[in-house]
Design a protein around this ligand. Sequence first.
Ligand code: G3P
Ligand code: CA
Length: 286
Amino acid sequence: TRTDHTMPLKMPLQRHSRFIVLPILLCLVSFCAEVANAQFIVAHRGASHDAPENTLAAFRLAWEQHADAIEGDFYLSKDGQIVCIHDRTTKRTAPGRPELTVAQSTLSELRTLDVGSWKDKRFASERIPTLLEVLDTVPDGKRIFIEIKCGPEIVPVLKQHLQTSKLKPEQIVIICFNEEVVSQSRQTMPQYKANWLTSYKQATPVSAWKPTLDDVLRTLKRSGATGLGTNGNLKVIDQAFVDSIQAAGLEFHVWTVNEAKSAGTFKSLGVQSITTDRPAFIRNAE
Ligand code: G3P
Ligand code: CA
């Protein structure tokens, strides 16, 4: 008869298996809890603390720094291209060269400028990217917040460009201070989220901050926005403010949060995302 050698071999393995499986399970559970609890980090103009804002270098670095999304600023050029730049002119990001007004310049004119050297010589080859080039950097499962810096004239072109991109609708969020851009985007491209942006001002140091919460809620409703993007002014934003926006079924996003302490404050307020120039720093500080 054949002797069954499997039993004695199996027994020690079974006895020890709980010492191997249990810690793996515990690690898995704590990893899942950490991921579920992690802050949604949007890289403001890319990883713009370390690389020149709104360049492909900054967006690629943002992905390397484990951002969940990137944010970039976009204008329509004279020849109907959508280009990534924050200011109305090239003065700040291409110093020492004749200043170009973005809306009055063609893509090829804008492309002659070096928009990286102002940050560091090693970025001298950076050129103003197009929206399509920026969209191309977005990995599967990640998102882009497209901030429109011009008026609603860009909306039909934006729709066309977004349709040619490989990104899924849930990867794209349109954001804008201009209510009309938000409302036209929602009407003509309801498959994309669109957040209305605002910051707050006081006429005098003792007067009320404007817009008020009621003003904000009214604008969000009127424009059909899916959420609010707001500057992280903690004199205005408190738990009641966040709760009121979210109770209306709207998302709450905050910019520009570059310190660990304020990132923690906004996390505890339950915001949907924070936008930061320093994705790696904020992620590591969690
Ligand atoms: O995410 C919105 C925020 O970027 C708006 O401010 O001036 O950096 O475009 P700004
Ligand atoms: Ca922006």
